[in-house]
Design a protein around this ligand. Structure first.
Ligand code: ADP
Ligand code: 2JD
Length: 280
C-alpha cells in the first residue's frame, strides 16, 4: 500500500488588487481584497519515483500542472498528485493557489518535511509568483472571510471579516492570469484603478471591486452584459479577477446570473488549508 496524504484548500475570488514588486519573491505579490470561498481544491499526494499531476474536474481529467511541479521540485520531493475541484480552472477562483496549498500541505505531512504553515505558504507563494499564476491568492487563502491584504507576501497584515451571506458566481470562460500579469500596459491600468483602502463591509467590497473593474478596463463585453443585468436588478456584483466571470450577492443574485450560465452558490470560507488524512 502506497503511503498517501489528502488535504484541502479554499479558493479565492479577488475583487481588486495591485502588484507590489519586492526585492525578492517573498516580498513580491499584491495588495488588495477578495473573498475566500468554501469551494477550492482537494489534493491527494502519494509517494512516487517521479512527479506526476492529474487534474480532475467535472468528470474530465487533464495532466500536468507547472506550478505544482515547480513547488514539489523546490521542496525536493517526487509525488503522484491528484487534484479535484468543482469550479472552473483559470476563471478567477484562485484555484492555482488552492491546488498549491492543498498539495504542499499534504506533501509536508506525507514526507515528514517539518515545514511550518508559513513554510508551506511561502513555497506556494513562490510558485505562484515565479509561474505567474497569481500574486495574492495564497496569502488570502491562509484564512477565511473577506480578506484585505495590506502588504505583499504571506507574512503581511490581512484584515478579515466574515459575512454570512452566500456569494453567487458564474464564469463565461477563462482569462489566463499570466497573460494579464505579463502585460505592462494592463498592469499600469490596474495600478491606476486600485482603490487604496480596505472595504468596511460586503456591500462596500462590491462597490470598491466594481469601481476597480470599470477603471482597470478589464471588463469584456459579455461580462459587462451580466453586470448591467445585475445593476438593473439592484444586485451588488463585480468581475472575478482574473477571470471572465461575475460574482454577486443578495436575494435576486442567483436568478439574474442564471440567465447567463451555470451559477455556483458559494459560502464564505471560515478557515484556510487543512490536512484531511494520512493513509499509512
Ligand atoms: N485544480 C488545479 N489542479 C492543479 N493545477 C491547477 C489547478 N488549478 C490551476 N492549476 C494550475 O495553475 C495554472 C494557472 O491557473 P490560473 O489561471 O491561475 O487559475 P485560477 O484563476 O483558478 O487561479 C493552471 O494552468 C494549472 O497549471
Ligand atoms: C487577481 C490575481 C492576480 C490572480 O488571481 P487568479 O486569476 O484567481 O489566480 C490574484 O492573485 C491577486 O493578487 O489578487
Amino acid at each position: 500500500m502506497v503511503r498517501t496524504a489528502v488535504a484541502f484548500s479554499p479558493g479565492h475570488i479577488s475583487g481588486y488588487f495591485r502588484r507590489i514588486e519586492g526585492r525578492e519573491i517573498a516580498t513580491t505579490g499584491s495588495i488588495g481584497a477578495g473573498v475566500v470561498i468554501d469551494e477550492g481544491v482537494r489534493s491527494t499526494v502519494e509517494e512516487a519515483g517521479e512527479t506526476s499531476v492529474r487534474v480532475l474536474r467535472d468528470g474530465c481529467v487533464s495532466t500536468g500542472s507547472p506550478p505544482i511541479e515547480y513547488a514539489l521540485d523546490r521542496i525536493g520531493v517526487c509525488a503522484r498528485v491528484t487534484t479535484e475541484c468543482r469550479l472552473p480552472i483559470g476563471a478567477g477562483f484562485g484555484l492555482s493557489a488552492a491546488a498549491l496549498l492543498a498539495t504542499l500541505t499534504a506533501a509536508n505531512s506525507l514526507f515528514d518535511l517539518g515545514l511550518s504553515a508559513d513554510g508551506v505558504a511561502a513555497a506556494a507563494h513562490e510558485a505562484e509568483v515565479v509561474q505567474r499564476t497569481g500574486l495574492g491568492d495564497v496569502a488570502a487563502s491562509l484564512g477565511g472571510g473577506v480578506a484585505c491584504r495590506k502588504g505583499p507576501g504571506i507574512t503581511a497584515e490581512v484584515a478579515r471579516f466574515y459575512p454570512e451571506e452566500p456569494i453567487y458566481a458564474m464564469s463565461l470562460g477563462p482569462l489566463p492570469t499570466a497573460s494579464v500579469l505579463g502585460s505592462a500596459e494592463t498592469m499600469a491600468s490596474i495600478s491606476a484603478a486600485y482603490p487604496r483602502r480596505c472595504p468596511h463591509n460586503l456591500i462596500d467590497f462590491y462597490r470598491l471591486s466594481r469601481s476597480f473593474a470599470e477603471r482597470s478596463r478589464l471588463i469584456a463585453p459579455d461580462v459587462r452584459r451580466v453586470l448591467e443585468a445585475c445593476d438593473a436588478a439592484g444586485v451588488p456584483a463585480s468581475m472575478t479577477m482574473l477571470g471572465n466571470g461575475v460574482f454577486a450577492s443578495g436575494a435576486a443574485a442567483e436568478g439574474v446570473l442564471a440567465r447567463f450560465g451555470e451559477v455556483y452558490k458559494l459560502a464564505v470560507a471560515r478557515r484556510g488549508p487543512y490536512l484531511i488524512e494520512v493513509i499509512p
